[in-house]
Design a protein around this ligand. Sequence first.
Ligand code: BG6
Length: 319
Amino acid sequence: MTTSLVKDAAGMDKVVLREPLGATAQVHLYGGQVTSWKNERGEELLFLSCKLLRSVQAIFKPPKAIRGGIPVCFPQFSNLGTLEQHGFARNRVWAIDTDPPPILNSSGSGSCSSNKNSTVDLILKSSEDAWPHSFEVRMRVTLKRGGDLAQTIRVRNTNTDNKSFSFTIALHTYFSVSDINEVRIEGLETLEYMDNLQQRKRFTEQGDSITFDGEVDKVYLGAPTKIAIVDHEKKRTIVVKKEGFPDAVVWNPWDKRAKAMSDFGDDEYLHMVCVEPAVIETPITLKPGEEWRGRQELSAVPSSYCSGQLDPGKVLQGK
Ligand code: BG6
């Protein structure tokens, strides 16, 4: 298992994770952002805007966020507060955390990253941010043997003035898909959601899996720990397992909004979907010294056909 720090085409630092069967992942220090996750056949599983890739220096100028991969929205999701859209964490340079405290499991014992995995630990500390709080955000990104990608994120209140703080957060994961018209999301049926396109009014999702024929921007409340993105054309299903994130956002800008985004190609909406583990409806509040932890683990599995149909139920149950 190897981990190396290199420069990208724009001279920005990124960490490359490799596992022996050939899967790779990349994490930029800018934004603490995972920007690539490839399976052992070298197929990219995350979406990154081509506009960004083709002319990285022309289009991408910090403090703009990198369009694609897995931006971290912290300490504010969307415009739900007074800070910049999606908070500042995606526009800051994170550092490599050389001595991360162990990640405690529910029994209180520490879990160290196994040496069978390729791992990097990053940290973002408070600076002169618009946010009047002292904090540490730690993120461990692990490429597991076999190619699954895990991200554990911890937020600690390090205020010395006895003040609590509250935040919302999301792992804004952009998945690469063959054709959005052929994609289904399983696991969110019948859930209540807030529709960001209708002043966050609440609705209940119908019983069928979610398909796409226009712009979607929904926050599902009380989403299950497993969500499947079934890509019919690629015969591939991505399973998102999440812990600590009660909500899940599903976003596709569709054609009109895509055209209005300067860092996004006009037709790129066809080849991406965001499914984002999130804490939105009930913000997390931490007292000084307290820590919150959330985790997502992504796996790509071949979709199997059953009487001409995919069987996402089996995928969701891990069968
Ligand atoms: C999603 C939001 O998470 O992110 C959308 O639900 C938003 O409302 C989208 O448009 C992209 O946000 P941004 O700031 O990266 O353009």
